[in-house]
Design a protein around this ligand. Sequence first.
Ligand SMILES: C[S@@+](CC[C@H](N)C(=O)[O-])C[C@H]1O[C@@H](n2cnc3c(N)ncnc32)[C@H](O)[C@@H]1O
Length: 167
Amino acid sequence: MPKEVVQKGFFGIGVYQVKRSENIGTLWRSAYILGASFIFTVDKKYKRQPSDVLKTWRNIPLYHYDTIEDLYKALPYDSRLVGIEMGDEVPELKDFDHPMRAVYLLGAEDNGLPPKIIEKCHHLVKLKGNHSLNVAVAGSILLHDRAEKMDLGLPEFDYTSKRKGRT
Ligand SMILES: C[S@@+](CC[C@H](N)C(=O)[O-])C[C@H]1O[C@@H](n2cnc3c(N)ncnc32)[C@H](O)[C@@H]1O
């Protein structure tokens, strides 16, 4: 009988107009541990941050898009843009079916995701709480939920082959 290839999909996660690099350093760390294929910023470049102890940008691509339109153009084939934002009508994470190929987008610490971007998202999802969470915390909870629901495997870490001189 022919073997079937297990579809694992992929996901990327990023932040629009992030203000604090230490926040996304923390987010990149979670993203890598929880299986992200890529990470990105939109309209604000990431500066190296010690909070990303794994130096995630060494292991998966870190993209920067100057504008939100650049992100739309770069969305991988047949992927879905998922906005993470609070709102009365927004579905809760517990009821959310993650797309196999997802690009998750979080908003800035001060202003969140603007309505014009929210309109363009294929899906929106919110986390519990009556006040906004820290952006890295929100992204980490979201990705943990994906890992739990989809159970598609996570990156392995090799702690024995620490080689000097590699950047
Ligand atoms: C600190 S919050 C922005 C708060 C902003 N002052 C506002 O009221 O929209 C930064 C980002 O974290 C994410 N976030 C925080 N709490 C969330 C929640 N409960 N549900 C969904 N996203 C959340 C969203 O992506 C949000 O844009």
